[in-house]
Design a protein around this ligand. Structure first.
Ligand code: SAM
Ligand code: SF4
Length: 498
């Protein structure tokens, strides 16, 4: 990740912009782009926060200060925005260094073993370095999965809180201040998941918004149903109220989030379909772009493609994880579709009047995956021509059915398959991006290089564009850029005046 880009934009709930965050692929590798995570932009800079009683304690830490570090997916990143918002609204101040913080929080990921290990190794650092009075807290998926066992493994941790309980964080911290030794917030069935008083958004132009929490799909390798609980959708009216507020605050792009975002089921009497919600969000005055992630193939229908075709504000990009190109492996994964059924969904996208870019997630080395199965995944790449892919080595996870499956694939073989897959996908991306050279595309400008006249942003199809312009003030603007060059992961261009 480069950090050669600089920002100076301030927003209501804190200052800052995204730092070129690496996607969560400890055991896998990213060979495409998604969610802006690989945008070549600068480090998130925070100035001293508003509010917050920042009284220095004797040992150098400020009272009412918190340090927050996030591991994992886009939903975790957004959860951290909510956590920061909840604490800032209660007068806490966010600090950049753990040794200045009275509360140190890790928002964790347990999707693959390496991600969970990383959290415990980070916690281990406090065995000897924790300062008197500092609270160490574990949030998110590892918290939900390991629960109170974390206190046994790392006795210096005093707070364990899952994603459904973040609104309660100030109360949980107050209990610790009042003398509590070990506090947990691990309910999964709370109705309070969505609405937080304030969300401190890191990106000044793109606002993330969770519309569905949890997952009911039960893929045999996945911890999400255990760590995030059953699917709960947010009422459409509540979503739209927040989108209008975001537009009033100056956000022009909204990304709707959910582990299976298109399984959205409006709990209100309005019963808005997901595609209707997309259209309604795109129609809010001031909103120019709407994105959504992650879509599950089973619930992906023609109506979503039609919405993209008819409403220009809905971005021409769909992230549709396939996981494997082999029907046998898909069955073992309990993905609920066959290779052919997945390809039928892809045909809807390929047949669209708009050129919709398609990205995916892939797992190699699932138990029992034969060389023939793996080759079917490679041939699926040829058939679909993805614009990007997150690819992972299968990682056995606690509580999941696949943990007990026979025929584990050796680690070296998983690595070989991953490397082969990535190399193939890289070449597909290179060819796809090269085909765009000469075209002019719209870019939302999100980053500026320290070098004169170098800018960066995303196209509607979610491709990263690095481009030159003689203009001085482009951040947050939508501009037309002519593509002059391409690599597998980004485009190069020149700002054209229209
Ligand atoms: N809900 C999304 C879906 O159904 O595709 C994905 C959510 S998951 C947080 C993101 C990706 O992590 C999955 O698509 C899958 O490729 C990968 N993943 C999940 N569990 C995994 C495991 N046990 N080993 C390797 N990769 C895994
Ligand atoms: Fe996990 Fe499957 Fe749910 Fe995605 S759909 S979150 S992979 S269980």
């Amino acid at each position: 990740m480069g950090n050669g880009f600089d920002f100076s934009v301030e927003r209501l709930a804190g200052t800052g912009v995204p730092g070129g965050k690496a996607p969560a692929s400890e055991s896998g590798r990213y060979t495409g782009q998604s969610d802006g995570t690989d945008l070549n932009v600068g480090h998130y800079k925070r100035s001293p926060q508003h509010g917050g009683v920042n009284v220095p304690l004797q040992n150098g830490i400020g009272a009412g200060t918190f340090y927050l570090e996030t591991f994992g997916c886009q939903m975790n990143e957004h959860d951290s925005e909510k956590v920061a918002g909840v604490l800032l609204a209660r007068g806490y101040t966010q600090v950049e260094r753990t040794d200045e913080a009275s509360v140190i929080l890790y928002n964790t990921c347990s999707i693959r073993e390496k991600a969970a290990q990383k959290v415990f190794s980070r916690l281990g650092e406090y065995r000897t370095t924790r300062k008197e009075g500092q609270v160490i807290g574990v949030l998110g998926c590892v918290a939900q999965q390991e629960g109170e066992d974390i206190f046994e493994r790392a006795p210096w941790v005093s707070l364990v809180c899952g994603s459904a309980s973040y609104r309660k964080l100030p109360e949980l911290l107050a209990q610790l201040e009042a003398g509590g030794k070990r506090i947990t917030g691990l309910d999964l069935d709370t109705d309070e998941t969505f609405e937080t008083e304030i969300t401190r958004r890191d990106n000044p132009w793109r606002a993330y918004l969770t519309i569905i929490e949890g997952c009911d799909k039960a893929c045999s390798y996945c911890v999400v149903p255990y760590t995030r609980g059953p699917e709960r959708s947010r009422a459409s009216a509540s979503v739209l109220v927040e989108v209008r507020q975001l537009a009033d605050m100056g956000y022009t792009e909204v990304q709707l989030l959910g582990q299976t975002v298109n399984s959205y089921a409006d709990p209100s009497a309005r019963r808005m379909r997901f595609s209707e919600l997309l259209e309604a969000v795109a129609e809010v005055a001031g909103i120019r772009r709407v994105r959504f992630t992650t879509s599950h193939p089973r619930d992906f229908g023609k109506d979503i493609v039609e919405a993209i075709e008819t409403v220009p504000g809905i971005c021409e990009h769909v992230h549709l994880p396939v996981q494997s190109g082999s029907t046998n492996v898909l069955r073992a994964m309990a993905r609920t579709y066959t290779r052919d059924e997945y390809l039928e969904k892809i045909a809807l996208l390929h047949g669209s009047k708009r050129r919709i870019s398609i990205t995916t997630d892939l797992i190699v080395g699932f138990p029992g995956e034969t060389e023939k199965d793996f080759k079917e995944t490679l041939s699926l790449l040829d058939a679909v021509q993805y614009d990007g892919a997150f690819s992972f080595k299968y990682s056995p996870r606690p509580n999941t059915p696949s943990l007990k499956m026979d025929d584990a694939i050796p680690e070296e073989e998983k690595s070989r398959r991953l490397a082969t897959l990535m190399e193939k996908q890289r070449e597909i991306q290179r060819a796809r991006n090269e085909r765009l050279v000469g075209e002019t595309v719209e870019v939302l400008v999100e980053g500026k290089s320290k070098r004169e006249n170098q800018w960066s942003g995303h196209t509607s199809s979610n491709k990263v564009m690095n481009f030159t312009s003689p203009e001085q003030k482009l951040l947050g603007h939508y501009v037309q850029v002519r593509v002059t060059g391409a690599s597998p992961n980004s485009l190069i261009g020149e700002h054209t005046k229209v």
